[in-house]
Design a protein around this ligand. Structure first.
Ligand code: ZN
Ligand code: ZN
Length: 267
């Protein structure tokens, strides 16, 4: 299994997930020409896509979905709430998913996870394929116990660390926007992302990709500082950027942990 990004941030998102011949695009917030160019950088042509999965109807995630899907006759999966968006009503091959029920695209099992975010019926996704587990978690205002449960023990995790609260407070954003971004239904701050990483099991984590960074209210240094204690033991930590996304990362099967038992017969 492997994954890559065609771009991450408030000006457009798109994540590729591939397992054998199944190639999924999670969200598409770029115009058609731009999407094709960004896919090409990763060696992908749109007709190779098996399906598009949409997390929610915000423009940075869905603005390119309808045109891409209809042009290349791709099936699209989203919740009923997301499907009500004007930008998505004309999607030809619409598949409505339940926020709480897993579904599969070929051999890949997809678990939607309902998240607190200011959209109609937003979800994020955890992918399972042959004992590998990849979690994608962005556009979430609060980490709930429910969410935490689904992101335990991933082999790879793409996680939002949107803003530094201090930078956001000092920014020139109007106060309504500051409240929206930092609110229960907004985006994860660096501190919230670090808290999640402290609470979940990182033993299996091969790649941690920090994503959906605010270009105005965050810096790589601030993210690193917030997370320095928690990410020491993660083998590969990298940042997804707005322009380049990130290149393919392989997710390998974790080596099982051998538990040795002391023999009770030993005196
Ligand atoms: Zn977003
Ligand atoms: Zn959003």
């Amino acid at each position: 299994m492997r994954f890559a990004s065609i771009g991450s941030g408030s000006r457009g998102n798109g994540t590729l997930v591939q397992a054998d011949d199944t190639l999924l695009l999670v969200d598409c917030g770029f115009a058609l020409k731009e999407t094709i160019a960004r896919l090409a950088r990763l060696g992908v042509e749109p007709q190779q896509l098996s399906a598009i999965l949409v997390t929610h109807e915000h423009g940075d995630h869905c603005s390119g979905v309808r045109v891409l899907a209809n042009r290349y006759q791709l099936p699209v999966y989203m919740t009923a709430g997301t499907a009500r968006s004007k930008a998505l009503v004309d999607v030809a091959q619409m598949n409505i998913i339940d926020s709480y029920s897993s579904f599969s695209v070929n051999e890949v099992i997809v678990q939607p996870v309902a998240v607190p975010h200011d959209a109609a019926e937003p979800v994020q996704f955890v992918f399972h394929w042959q004992a590998r587990c990849l979690g994608i978690l962005t556009d979430i205002g609060t980490i709930t116990p429910f969410v935490k449960q689904y992101y335990q023990a991933c082999d790879a995790l793409l996680l939002e660390s949107n803003h530094c609260l201090d930078m956001l407070a000092r920014s020139d954003y109007p106060s309504s926007l500051k409240l929206r971004v930092s609110g229960r239904f907004g985006h994860l701050s660096n501190a919230q992302a670090a808290d999640l990483l402290e609470d979940i099991d990182l033993a299996r984590l091969q790649h941690l990709v920090i994503a959906h960074l605010s270009e105005k209210n965050n810096t790589l240094e601030r993210v690193q500082k917030s997370m320095e204690k928690v990410i020491q033991n993660v083998s590969n930590v990298l940042f997804a950027c707005q322009e380049q996304g990130f290149d393919w990362l392989s997710v390998n099967q974790s080596v099982g942990y051998v538990v040795s038992h002391m023999s009770r017969d030993v005196a």
